[in-house]
Design a protein around this ligand. Structure first.
Ligand code: IVH
Length: 667
């Protein structure tokens, strides 16, 4: 590969990996498997080695991904939380063994542990009491989730005994048991809530819930695997860990000392098969040098210790025949190709359908009807097709053509530039889109109209409703004339619809089903915008001043309200008396001290979150705007303010103030 090509490839890999880090650590929704991620990371490391002139300290090969979220206080780790090097085969493990032998000789032992598939946590104890619990974050700083961690029954708040070090840190993995995870998803299904993809994402998401009482309701669990501190009990990692059992920590019984790499490989082989019988998920084995002195001698690279490595299991795959493809139309009109497969057993369940995501995926793998395809259960609920066994392809087959017309309403599909998904643009007369929008509107997280979801099909096919606004014009006679509808269920539905009129503004915004406006964004909008008319009339600039609202979301909101049909629907909601304004208590006008002044907020702040600061600006009569212009009065700057913003503010001579100065302005 020539230099120019290598540079391009390195840049592409870095940007893709950053995106995958964000999906994994922040959104808890990975879209590729760990294996695919590691292959990309290895490619990048290899290229950086071949072309050292392109090495950079900000490359994903040099840092760990970040799970930091704005809502929690950030704390700097006393000892950085590093990740582990990965291998997928015994040869690489032997190379690891040889590297160690070169540095410390032959006289050492390994400890093998299971690699628990959850989310890492650092617990700080002093005088036998839990002081703090911090997530890994970006490895340097993490989120303080102490209150949530205190709800986990298997993490001791006070330690037992008296022979623990005065101050120490212990690290481990927070996770859900397979059975508990399944129970949660069963309940979510009953409540018509979106299913959680896997125990790992569920654990990471739960740990970041803002309401600790909601965390307490979920049976999170924790295994500990690493003790740090000045005066640990022994020089042996194994002895330290097993000793920590006496203090009340949960240290799994599977940890094993191995005299050499052959024994390590035996341990791996045993668990490769046995892992399916464990009550919790593991995604590999962690191998560590036992002696702390030897660990010190081996030291660390920028990202991981040289004295430990993880052996990752590949996701299980199955080979089966692709029978046909269905094209499903979602509530936003997005078309998802779904494969119908010859049933095949994979990791505990029979798989009959698999997601194909979009046209790009089909083209990338050149997937054809009749092909034998590899199916894998990755991080998602629905298995996916990861490749084709081309040698088994029938002699006559042709590349799959993506449909051009909507399978439901026959409209010509569109595909916006830069987007992978095809859409049906017939928003207001394509049946699954209409029904999907109403179903979304009544769902639990939106207007929470109990019993409505199961009735929508019936109401729609009987032409009683054709949009969300019509729900508020239903009458009892219409309902009891319907098949299977009794007086009692009609009363219940009408009552629930009536009660939904008092739903909070943020949920109503979410319920409207504006493309790209999920729950979090809806909440942020409701924190910043007073009522529906203000939202309808918001400019692009006002919208992007709201945290989490970027260009794409702002544009989508503007498009949504440009459409007369949507305005008509809003009018129906207004006429029915649905709450379309922010709760007065959430933002009361406190003063006019900032009247006529506009602010751009940038960076991270010490005393308040960005949302709080924005609210203070509004409460005191000021205005938040998204980008700096000559008309902006102040840039409120925190830590890590982007250099481009700083330069622009200086160029346009906009005054830059810091948090304390701002707080003084509204005193
Ligand atoms: S030791 C410096 N041991 O795997 C060594 N990690 O990339 C620190 N993990 O997110 C890690 N089980 O949370 C270690 N038995 C185990 C583990 C384990 C799971 C996770 C850890 C981290 C990742 C390492």
């Amino acid at each position: 590969m020539n230099k120019e090509k290598a540079k391009k490839r390195i840049e592409q890999l870095r940007s893709d990996l950053e995106k995958h880090n964000y999906n994994y650590y922040v959104l808890n929704k990975p879209i590729i498997s760990d294996f695919e991620y590691d292959v990309m990371l290895n490619d990048l490391a290899h290229l950086e080695k071949l072309f050292p002139e392109f090495q950079s300290s900000s490359s994903p090969t040099q840092k760990v991904g970040s799970d930091i979220t704005a809502e929690f206080k950030q704390v700097t780790h006393k000892y950085p939380m590093l990740s582990l090097g990965n291998t997928y085969n015994p040869e690489e493990l032997r190379e690891f063994d040889n590297r160690i032998k070169k540095i410390i000789g032959e006289n050492f032992e390994y400890v093998c542990e299971l690699k628990y598939d959850g989310t890492s946590i650092s617990l700080i104890y002093s005088d036998g009491k839990l002081q703090r619990a911090i997530t890994r974050g970006d490895g340097e700083k993490g989120d303080d989730v102490t209150l949530n961690v205190r709800t986990i029954k298997t993490i001791p708040y006070y330690l037992k005994g008296s022979d623990f070090p005065k101050e120490f840190e212990i690290r481990g993995e927070i996770f859900f048991n397979k059975a508990d995870f399944e129970k949660i998803n069963k309940e979510r299904k009953l409540n018509n809530e979106a299913l959680l993809a896997n125990p790992r994402n569920a654990a990471a998401g739960t740990l970041k819930l803002l309401d600790s009482s909601a965390v307490a309701k979920r049976p999170l669990d924790c295994f500990l695997y690493y003790i740090l501190g000045e005066n640990t009990f022994s020089d042996s990692h194994y002895k330290n860990l097993t000793k920590a059992r006496d203090w009340g920590f949960q240290i799994p019984e599977h940890i094993t000392r191995c005299a050499n790499i052959e024994k390590v490989l035996e341990f791996i082989e045993y668990w490769t098969n046995e892992r399916k019988n464990l009550p919790f998920e593991i995604d590999g084995i962690v191998i560590k040098v036992d002696s702390l002195k030897q660990q010190k001698q081996l030291g660390f690279t920028a990202k991981s210790p040289r004295w430990a490595i993880s052996y990752k299991f590949k996701a299980e795959q199955a080979l089966t025949k692709l029978l046909s493809i269905d094209f499903q139309v979602g509530r936003t009109g997005a078309i998802t190709p779904v494969a119908n497969l010859e049933p095949v057993f994979l990791a505990g369940t029979t798989v009959k359908r698999a997601s194909l995501h979009n046209a790009d995926q089909i083209e990338l793998h050149d997937i054809r009807i009749g092909d034998y395809v590899f199916v894998e259960k990755g991080g998602e609920i629905i298995p996916k097709i990861v490749g084709v066994e081309v040698t088994k392809r029938e002699s006559v087959s042709s590349p799959l053509k993506f449909i051009e017309n909507c399978p439901e309403c026959n409209s010509l599909l569109i595909r916006n530039e830069g987007e992978a998904q095809h859409y049906c643009p017939n928003e207001f007369s394509c049946p699954p889109q209409i029904k999907g929008k109403i179903e979304h509107f009544v769902s639990r997280k939106a207007m929470n109209i109990a019993g409505a979801e199961a009735t929508i099909e019936l109401l729609y096919t009987n032409k009683i409703i054709s949009d969300i606004g019509d729900l508020y014009n239903l009458d009892k006679t219409q309902l009891i004339n319907l098949e299977r509808f009794g007086e009692k269920s009609a009363d219940n539905l009408l009552l629930s619809i009536e009660q939904s009129k008092n739903t909070s503004f943020e949920k109503v915004i979410y319920a409207l089903g504006i493309r790209f406006v999920g729950e979090t964004v809806a909440k942020k909008i409701a924190n910043n915008i007073e009522n529906i008319d203000a939202l309808i009339n918001s400019t692009f600039d006002e919208l992007i001043s709201i945290d989490e609202v970027g260009d794409k979301i702002a544009q989508s909101i503007i498009e949504h309200f440009k459409n007369e049909n949507n305005i008509r629907i809003i009018q129906k909601l207004k006429d029915a008396g649905v709450n379309l304004k922010r709760d007065e208590n959430t933002s009361q006008k406190k003063s006019d001290k900032l009247s006529g002044l506009s602010f751009v907020i940038s960076g991270v702040f010490e005393k308040h979150s960005r949302d709080e600061l924005k609210q203070m600006i509004e409460e005191n009569g000021g205005k938040n705007v998204g980008s700096i212009s000559a008309k902006t009065n102040y840039v409120l700057a925190g830590e890590n303010m982007g250099p481009a913003k700083l330069e622009k503010a200086q160029k346009l001579k906009v005054k830059i103030i810091f948090e304390n100065e701002f707080l003084e302005m509204i005193l």
